[in-house]
Design a protein around this ligand. Structure first.
Ligand code: AMP
Ligand code: ZN
Length: 463
């Protein structure tokens, strides 16, 4: 097995991965709450999960990795307030929570496939693991970490001395930072719910030692991690937003129960921004993969766009940036494919190709530096030869970009009048007449065509 270095949020250091039971690497990734479409920010986090899993496999490890599907109990605020997200969506759409979960899960898995994100060995629905969660909460209560109130069972964070170690805030900070408790029965405002008691009209509820109810969000991951990966495992991933609450609470629950460290490495993906800011429905900038496809972009160009920024850096999404990624991706793929019929290299060139290939792999093993790896690939293409194609084909296990696969030739006849509009629009754009250019883009959009611009050219695609 090759050596892999990863940045561990817990130690704030890059560390060598030392699996508990090599060659297997055990890993848990927080999955989606399936009450809505996954947006491109969510999907960036799963591209990161995939980069990591592909690197582990390429290095010779066997991955045993779990992703949960949250289909109950994630409240509208991560701090345990508000309504269950699944229930809220069900009410709004006049469907059952099961229908909502089935619908959005199917689309989520389709999105993963379109982005060449390999499925974790185990994907598990929260609703299939309720008894494990109840058992977990019961044990925490027996050990004195959990306590019951009229509305829920809470975790007493003051009992877990290391609370806050992941985000490096101490218990005093957590207590001071928490809002005044709505529930006076809570021992501390920052205590979080392990189990919620259900009101009569709550749709999803299960029998428990505390009456009818449903699990808190954080307990899902602790209970499912324990069930599938055991009392210690190697890696836990998620987005950086989960560090201060969700993962802090997971650590508290799991380590309190086991009496020792459970996860060795916490690896977090940075956020995606849109036009430099937060994605939000009110700004109309929450895009899905289908939105990108409708505008003429390919899912793999989006994957390339994500891979070109290191997972620990913020990634600012703009359509200009995605345009650039689409153009670069198409060129890279065409260049790799062209090497299929290129002559074989002489010994000297072959050595250079292999040296670049090794640098590419090393970059990935060094905390998943895919941007550097892609750079090495571009330089490999400066000496086009059959070996480049062969290496790119083997490297697809690491990259997942299908660069060695000829894109399907689109035999589409673009009508002359459409072409003429596109030409006029391009001329307007070159003259920086943005109003005309935008109006003609809208016209083309109406006619079912998308335009991709690069600095010196454009491409017209049927949507
Ligand atoms: P959720 O379905 O809200 O639990 O989110 C699913 C995953 O997407 C989590 O790992 C989040 O950390 C991650 N996520 C949410 N918003 C973004 C974003 N803007 N950029 C990157 N990851 C995100
Ligand atoms: Zn989780």
């Amino acid at each position: 097995m090759d050596k892999i270095f990863l940045y561990n949020t817990l130690s704030r250091k890059k560390e060598i991965l030392e699996p508990i039971a090599p060659p297997t690497v055990t890993m848990y990734s927080c999955g989606p709450t399936v009450y809505n479409y996954a947006h491109i920010g969510n999907l960036r986090t799963y591209v990161f999960m995939d980069e990591l899993r592909r690197a582990l496999k390429f290095a010779g490890y066997t991955t045993k990795s779990v992703m949960n599907i949250t289909d109950v109990g994630h409240l509208t605020s991560d701090a345990d307030d508000g309504e269950d997200k699944m229930q809220a969506a069900a009410k709004k759409q006049n469907k059952t929570p099961e229908e909502i979960a089935a619908y959005y899960s199917e689309i989520f898995f389709k999105d993963l496939a379109r982005l060449h994100i390999l499925l974790p060995e185990i994907t598990a629905k929260a609703t299939d693991n309720i008894s494990e969660m109840i058992e977990f909460v019961k044990t925490l209560c027996d050990m004195g970490y959990g306590y019951e109130t009229d509305d829920a069972v809470y975790f007493d964070i003051s009992k877990f001395a290391e609370y806050g170690k992941l985000s490096r805030c101490n218990i005093e900070d957590a207590l001071a930072g928490a809002r005044v408790a709505v529930n006076a029965q809570k021992r501390h405002p920052a205590d979080f719910a392990l189990w919620k008691k259900a009101e009569k009209n709550h749709i999803m509820q299960w029998q428990s030692p505390w009456g009818m109810g449903y699990p808190g969000w954080h307990i899902e991951c602790s209970a499912m991690g324990k069930k599938f990966l055991g009392e210690r495992f190697d890696i836990h991933t998620g987005g950086v937003d989960h560090i201060p609450i969700h993962h802090e609470n997971e650590i508290a629950q799991s380590e309190a129960l086991e009496g020792h460290k459970v996860v060795n490495m916490w690896v977090h993906g940075e956020f995606m921004l849109v036009d430099g800011g937060k994605m939000s429905k009110s700004l109309g900038n929450v895009y899905t993969i289908d939105d990108l496809i409708a505008r003429g972009y390919s899912p793999l160009a989006f994957r390339y766009f994500c891979m070109n920024t290191h997972y620990r850096n913020k990634l600012n999404f703009t359509f200009d940036g995605l345009n650039g990624a689409q153009v670069a991706y198409d060129r890279l793929r065409a260049a790799v494919c062209a090497c299929k019929n290129a002559p074989k290299a002489d010994d000297d060139t072959r050595e250079k190709v292999i040296a670049k290939r090794n640098k590419l792999v090393e970059a990935v093993y060094d905390d998943l530096n895919y941007p550097l790896a892609l750079g090495e690939l571009w330089t490999m293409l400066k000496t086009p030869c059959r070996e480049v194609y062969d290496e790119a084909e083997k490297l697809d296990a690491l990259l997942g970009l299908s660069l060695h696969v000829e894109p399907e030739v689109q035999v589409e006849q673009i009508p002359d009048d459409v072409k003429a509009i596109a030409e006029t629009r391009f001329a307007a754009r070159q003259n920086k007449d943005w109003a005309t250019s935008d109006a003609l883009r809208a016209k083309l959009d109406e006619l079912g065509y998308a335009v991709l611009d690069s600095k010196t050219d454009y491409e017209l695609k049927k949507k």
